[in-house]
Design a protein around this ligand. Structure first.
Ligand SMILES: [Ca+2]
Ligand SMILES: [Ca+2]
Length: 123
């Protein structure tokens, strides 16, 4: 198996692990802060739907690289491949083709905090 394939498989495992650990820590506060659009501490169905629509539109716009209104498999794979390569480069801080779970978790947490701040600014 190619080295790149192994790297992608390892990255997927690390991402899953990081997501599950972070989800345990941030689940309740994260869900409420992301979807509670009127900041009343409750998430209504309409708030959830609106938040989900916003995120999906943003994601679909990002995936449509050539801005033709449709997402081809090449665009989908290309965006995620670019994303994997960027994340790998960001996490492999000493460029030895090995990533540390601690580095991933710290960067995931920082990224999530930045995302939450960005979401709050856009509301
Ligand atoms: Ca609310
Ligand atoms: Ca397209």
């Amino acid at each position: 198996m190619k080295k790149t394939t192994w790297r992608l498989m390892l990255l997927a495992v690390v991402l899953s692990f990081a997501a599950s650990v972070s989800a345990d820590n941030d689940h309740e506060t994260g869900v409420v802060s992301k979807f509670d659009l009127d900041h009343d501490g409750l998430v209504t169905r309409s708030e959830y739907d609106e938040s989900f629509d916003r995120k999906m539109k943003k994601k679909l716009k990002w995936l449509d690289i050539n801005k033709d209104g449709v997402i081809s498999p090449v665009e989908f794979i290309g965006r995620h491949r670019d994303e994997f390569d960027k994340r790998w480069a960001k996490w492999d801080t000493n460029n030895d083709d090995i990533i540390s779970v601690d580095v991933v978790l710290k960067q995931q947490q920082a990224s999530r905090q930045a995302e939450n701040q960005e979401d709050q600014k856009s509301q």
